[in-house]
Ligand binder design. Structure first.
Ligand code: 5AD
Ligand code: SF4
Length: 441
């Protein structure tokens, strides 16, 4: 039988990768086969991101290439999925007549039906957001390719409405997934040979499962997943500072196979800016959490997200961000210029008034500073031994392998007789800004 072919391209966050795995699973049940070559596809899906304007521009450029493909192959169906679909809805169909489908993040079960209703210029959209959808019983088709690290999506949506952020509008309200289905998925991954699970959610630590006879918060769920097997190591992302409880930090500290690594977006070092961002914590609260983490989990890997040049950000407020970065000493940071998103609170009520050149200069300053901090952190690791999960053949040389330490640092080492999926002890011998180099001991 000549099966229909699906090509899917994913932009944006890990949640989108995880969603694409659900989409592939839904379509495989309909007889579709995944292809790596867009030109061979009967259906092309682009799973999109709206977080910043440049993320949307990237997708807009890329889909023009698919438009050309469709000229040569008129029966090709093109679907835009995810956050851009949700944000722009029918407008996207009106603007780009070659697009057949626009499908929001909660409507993927409807994809087979939408595909069948399109064709000959008929366009379809489903951008209904749900209060319940978690795709809980759908076993994702893993797109990771190394067969070692997998994502499990445990909650969806966000109710925080940070003033700059489009996510609550594109991914809907917060909802948690049934813990039984999460544990079943973890056990299934273990059986398939996976060694690392990353629990995912927009605010993963706001996870809260409530029924008449059961409540389960994130730290209890995390513990249950870790208990599935000591052969699995567990990560989670992204945490909101308001929900980093003592109980959660203690669970991480006391459980061997929960990785000592926390991504805790601070966004700004100034409490006034945090207030304008509607982040619901101030810098004292944030530092209190960081200090608690440092006291219970010495050497915990710490990373963050920072937005520079938010509405009204003064030099003094920017300097407060520089100061907090120095005080915490993050191992890694994702740093962005503020990008106004239509219809958010900030877009409606505040002026995007920091000069573009000032935004750029501030971004460059913090990037340069973070590079120095990352290098200093890596240099402190020279001579130490790390337990590393072998994840890939090194990009530079097939004689070397790469993997990550518990603290989420990338390590590269001579392969000897290791294979992907092994745990090995690596002694760090030297480093660059982004990588620890070492040898198996
Ligand atoms: N402009 C710039 N960065 C943003 N982020 C979210 N919204 C915006 C925006 N409008 C950043 C935040 C968030 C990360 C995923 O993206 O730092 O933590
Ligand atoms: Fe966006 Fe804030 Fe929700 Fe994170 S917590 S997804 S930044 S609204």
């Amino acid at each position: 039988m000549n099966s229909k072919k699906l090509f899917i391209e994913t932009y944006g966050c890990q949640m989108n990768i995880s969603d694409s795995e659900v989409v592939v699973s839904i379509l495989e049940k309909e007889g579709y086969e995944l292809t790596d070559a867009a030109k061979d596809a009967d259906v092309i899906f682009v799973n999109t991101c709206s977080i910043r304007d440049n993320a949307e521009k990237k997708v807009r450029n890329r889909i023009q290439e698919f438009k050309h493909l469709k000229r040569k192959k008129p029966n090709l169906k093109i679907g835009i999925l995810g956050c851009m679909a949700e944000r722009l809805k029918d407008t996207l169909l009106e603007e780009e007549s070659f697009i057949d489908m626009v499908v929001g993040p909660d409507a993927y079960r409807d994809l087979p039906s939408l595909i069948s209703q399109t064709g000959d210029g008929r366009q379809m959209a489903n951008t209904v957001l749900s209060l319940e959808e978690t795709y809980e019983e759908i076993t994702p088709v893993r797109l990771d390719r190394n067969g070692v690290s997998a994502f499990i999506s445990i909650m969806r949506g966000c109710d925080n409405y940070c003033s700059y952020c489009v996510v609550p509008y594109t991914r809907g309200h917060e909802r948690s997934r049934n813990p039984k289905s999460i544990i079943t998925e973890a056990k299934d991954l273990l059986k398939k040979g996976y060694k690392e699970i990353t629990l995912l959610g927009q605010n993963v630590n706001s996870y809260n499962w409530k029924t008449d006879d059961e409540t389960l918060n994130f730290s209890k769920l995390l513990k249950q997943v870790a208990n599935v097997s000591t052969e699995l190591r567990i990560r989670f992302s992204t945490s909101h500072p308001k929900d980093i409880s003592d109980e959660l930090i203690e669970t991480i500290a006391n459980t061997n196979n929960i990785c000592n690594s926390i991504h805790l977006p601070v966004q700004s070092g100034s409490s006034d800016v945090l207030k304008r961002m509607k982040r619901s914590y101030d810098i004292e609260w944030y530092m209190n959490r960081i200090n608690k983490i440092k006291s219970l989990i010495p050497n915990c890997g710490l990373s963050t997200d920072i937005i520079t040049g938010f509405c009204g950000e003064t030099d003094e407020e920017h300097n407060a961000t520089v100061a907090i970065m120095q005080e915490v000493g993050y191992d890694y940071a994702f740093m962005f210029k503020y990008s106004e998103r239509p219809d958010t609170f900030a877009a409606n009520r505040m002026a995007d008034d920091v000069d573009e050149a000032v935004k750029s200069a501030r971004l460059t300053e913090i990037i340069n500073m973070q590079q120095k901090t990352s290098l200093a952190s890596n240099k402190r690791d020279i001579g130490k031994v790390f337990r590393v999960l072998v994840e890939n053949v090194s990009k530079r040389s097939t004689a070397q392998m790469s993997g990550r330490s518990d603290e989420n640092k990338v390590m590269v080492f001579d392969r000897k007789n290791t294979v992907i999926g092994d745990y090995v002890n690596i002694k760090c011998t030297s480093c660059t800004v982004g990588t620890l180099l070492g040898e198996i001991i």
